[in-house]
Ligand binder design. Structure first.
Ligand code: GDP
Length: 423
């Protein structure tokens, strides 16, 4: 059995939720390894549309253990809402566990996020204002409060003292420790049965060679180290982040699925070389329903950025690629792939410094479009032109395309092996 990391190959929102849901049908465990409720994973299943923010995308499968890993930052109020939505859809959350090492998002983190974005004015980073970076900042500053602290009242008291002191200094007003204690008491009452040390669970699963999926949020272009800093998230999206954020040794991850769309989208600020502001962008946004799952913000849209995808494949070691939303390109006479960036007289084949990325021009290759992929249920059903497009993506990224998304529904995920002929 394998440990599979599912990693975003672009700016996020690539369709990782759908890929994880599909893989979970034959898996034992799904572990979410980073981020918080700034992420949004959409699953279209038997019971309708499910929007997950914190709960791993394996939750629809009743035999799959779902863990919120130590690398996640957890807003309990957001989790409660999600649990209620799942229960209303009659989806059991009995197999959900939260790592005692996961850090908690408090209302003051959200306040800090909002105040900082407001103060940045036109230079705002475009955060989701869910308090994610302030929690990771507190974690690094060692003033964070972890889920396991809720179960240890004396220890929690000390942690809250430190946490509220630090937040008060930042906000310039007193953050009341008693209010935080009362909040923690409420949270503990609901979360206690779910909070565990996930290490023995993961160790035992690895010991019996269980099929484990590691679910990431966002994508490499938003990675704290490898993304377009400062327009990044505050955690590691790469499979290396999955090792730390889920508690799985590096050599146990044998499969890394990079998820990309057949075009490119981004939410929030920062460079995106293939961004279009014409009718093509409007068509992509409209057909692809490109509005954020967490914030409903319209996503910026453009042609497939092959440079960013290859860079992601290289730094993440993608063993395969899932190309989603191919159906959104149906009906275009010609389609384009960005194969290099031009910076004045220089041609770049990798992602440069953010300042350079701001000014590069995309160099496109044009390919013939195709009529329709949305009915395809096998790679043989795909038009030749669509297969040629996927083959070009394989050549550019160096990763074989193993699945292709051609619609929102579960069954619209075509297993594929395009390189070296169709299998
Ligand atoms: P994630 O954060 O990477 O899981 O992606 P999101 O869930 O935020 O965004 C993906 C969106 O695309 C969701 O609304 C999905 O239902 C939808 N989607 C996923 N795969 C496909 C596909 O192959 N075709 C179409 N048309 N929609 C898809």
């Amino acid at each position: 059995m394998t440990v599979t990391a599912v990693v975003g190959g672009h700016w996020g929102d690539e369709g990782k939720g759908k890929v994880v849901d599909a893989l979970a049908a034959t898996a034992d465990m799904v572990i979410r390894y980073n981020g918080g409720n700034n992420a949004g994973h959409t699953i279209v299943g038997d019971r309708g549309v499910l929007r997950l923010h914190l709960v791993p995308s394996g939750i629809c499968h009743p035999n799959v253990d779902c863990l919120i890993g130590p690398g996640v930052v957890l807003n309990p109020l957001a989790l409660f809402e999600e649990l209620e939505a799942l229960e209303a859809m009659d989806i059991s959350t009995a197999r959900l566990r939260i790592s005692s090492r996961a850090h908690l998002v408090f209302p003051f983190h959200i306040e800090i996020d909002e105040a900082t974005e407001e103060a940045r004015g036109r230079r705002a980073h475009g955060t989701t204002r869910r308090g994610i970076w302030p929690v990771y900042a507190d974690k690094a500053a060692r003033v964070g409060i972890r889920a396991g602290d809720l179960l240890e009242p004396a220890f929690l008291r000390q942690r809250l003292d430190e946490g509220s002191r630090s937040a008060s200094a930042f906000l310039g007003r007193a953050v009341d420790g008693n209010t935080l204690t009362a909040l923690c008491t409420e949270w503990e009452a609901r979360l206690a049965p779910m909070i565990v040390d996930t290490h023995p669970i993961v160790r035992d699963a690895l010991g019996r060679d269980a099929a484990i999926i590691l679910e990431g949020h966002l994508g490499v272009m938003r990675d704290l180290d490898w993304g377009l800093y400062p327009y990044v998230t505050s955690s590691t999206c790469l499979p290396g982040g999955a090792c730390a954020g889920a508690g799985v040794p590096a050599q146990r991850i044998t499969r890394v699925i990079g998820v990309v769309k057949a075009y490119t989208t981004a939410v929030g600020a920062g460079p995106m070389p293939t961004e279009l502001r014409n009718g093509v962008a409007a068509t992509l946004r409209d057909r692809g329903q490109e509005y954020g799952t967490s914030t409903n913000r319209p996503r910026r849209c453009g042609w497939f950025d092959g440079v960013a995808a290859r860079f992601s494949a290289e730094v993440s070691g993608f063993t395969e690629l899932a190309v989603m939303k191919l159906d959104v390109l149906d009906g275009f006479e010609r389609v384009k792939i960005c194969v290099a960036y031009r910076d004045g007289g220089r041609l770049l084949d990798t992602v440069p410094h953010t300042a350079v990325m701001e000014r590069v021009e995309p160099v496109y290759e044009e390919l013939p479009g195709w009529d329709r992929t949305s009915d395809a249920r096998s790679v043989h059903d795909l038009p030749d032109e669509a297969r040629a497009f996927l083959e070009r993506i394989e050549e550019i990224t160096g990763a074989p395309v193993s699945m292709v998304g051609v619609g929102r529904e579960r069954e619209a995920l075509v297993p594929s092996r395009v390189v070296g002929g169709v299998t």
